[in-house]
Ligand binder design. Structure first.
Ligand SMILES: [Fe+2]
Length: 382
């Protein structure tokens, strides 16, 4: 199936964090922008976030650094692997992580319910993703003893001289921009859902947040219709992305079932997607958003253009991703009045003839338990 046959041109809502940061909290502009943010997450599971503090130059420095890092020989990268910590720190080499959906029944049913023209590339062959990744924690130490110390291990700085020096400042600079932006959005979403602004931010204060760039070697995996990351949802609360140099990220909006080719405008814009922890906490009012990364026709165009323009640069697709998590020791329970809205919305969808599949249970658990159970599914934890 051709992925680019009909790229959906529908644009995601653009939410302005500047309005929230600069105007009085009770002002109609702030209240309506927060409502738009919540609605975007409910309808699309995703939105484009504008934050004037975000600098394109910081993203560029970050992408340059990560291209250099992943262009190193495999034996150099292997030094940064920590399988004993379930790869939750340092590097994960290609063909380790399996798309959960390939082995997960409810997820396969999600694909079945999509129109054939809107389905993701076929992941049923079960092969792990051909992508590498680096996990860089950006956390605040909790003032209490955590039940989940394995998820809170120390960072690894790569050893190569041309990388070592600029690693920590570059990772922290870009990571902090994305962390600040996504934390601002957690406040907007809370207000939009009728909750105190700090509800989610406080619940994630000591979360094992990760700056998690992924890398795909486009010399090896640059052929059209190659799956770089198979159809899946993210296990954390919200995922935020900077602009990648190569297109290829597709997302699925809950309300339309259409595949959307993501375009992040140039400048101070980021893409945010809902993850499983947000779904759990809202009792399914906001659903974790499905996505895939593939080589589509536009990816191939950019590969060819960059080969000409930057013949000396590594041909690596870096996705600049930040996973914002709830604190591991936090009790993950749906918020009652939000869960009631979720039930009402589900009934409404049903009456409109939209089949959202089996009703999902959200049993109470620690966030750390939820993360561990998700990691088992994607073959990162024994
Ligand atoms: Fe993802």
């Amino acid at each position: 199936m051709a992925v680019d046959a009909q790229e959906n041109s529908m644009d995601l809502p653009i939410i302005d964090l500047d309005i929230f940061r600069n105007k009085p909290r009770e002002s109609p502009e702030v209240q309506s922008e927060c409502l738009r943010a919540a609605k975007a997450l409910i309808s699309f599971g995703a939105l484009v976030l504008h934050d004037s503090r975000v600098s394109e130059q910081d993203n560029d420095n970050f992408l340059d650094l990560l291209e250099d890092y992943f262009a190193q020989p495999e034996e150099e990268l292997k030094k940064d692997e920590r399988p004993e910590l379930s790869y939750q720190i340092g590097v994960t080499l290609e063909n380790t992580e399996k798309p959960k959906c390939a082995v997960d029944e409810p997820c396969l049913h999600v694909i079945e319910r999509l129109a054939p023209s809107e389905r993701p590339l076929d992941i049923s062959a079960h092969s792990p993703d051909p992508k590498c990744r680096f996990f860089w924690r950006m956390v605040e130490r909790p003032p209490y003893e955590t039940q989940f110390p394995g998820l809170n291990a120390a960072n690894i700085v790569p050893d190569a001289p041309h990388i070592k020096e600029r690693w920590t400042p570059t990772m922290n600079q870009w990571g902090t921009s994305m962390k600040n932006a996504v934390e601002g959005l957690t406040e907007m979403a809370a207000v939009g859902l009728g909750l105190p602004a700090e509800t989610f931010k406080d619940a994630g204060r000591y979360g094992p947040h990760l700056l998690a760039p992924t890398a795909s070697d486009l010399n090896k995996y640059g052929e059209k219709d190659t799956i770089l990351a198979g159809f899946h949802t993210d296990l954390n609360f919200l995922t935020i992305h900077g602009r990648s140099r190569y297109p290829g990220l597709h997302i699925w909006a809950r309300n339309t079932g259409k595949r959307i080719g993501v375009k992040i405008p140039k400048g101070n814009y980021l893409l945010v997607q809902a993850g499983k922890q947000l779904e759990h906490m809202t009792g399914g009012l906001i659903k974790a958003g499905f996505h895939e990364v593939v080589v589509n026709e536009k990816t191939v165009e950019v590969i060819n253009a960059r080969k000409e323009q930057f013949p000396d640069r590594p041909l690596v697709r870096i996705s600049s991703t930040f996973f914002w998590h709830l604190s591991s020791d936090y009790d993950l329970v749906p918020i009652p009045h939000v869960a009631d809205q979720a039930k009402a919305l589900r009934a409404e969808q049903f009456n409109l003839g939209k089949d959202e599949g089996e009703e999902v249970e959200y049993p109470p658990m620690k966030v750390g338990e939820q993360v561990q159970s998700e990691l088992k599914h994607i073959a990162l934890m024994a």
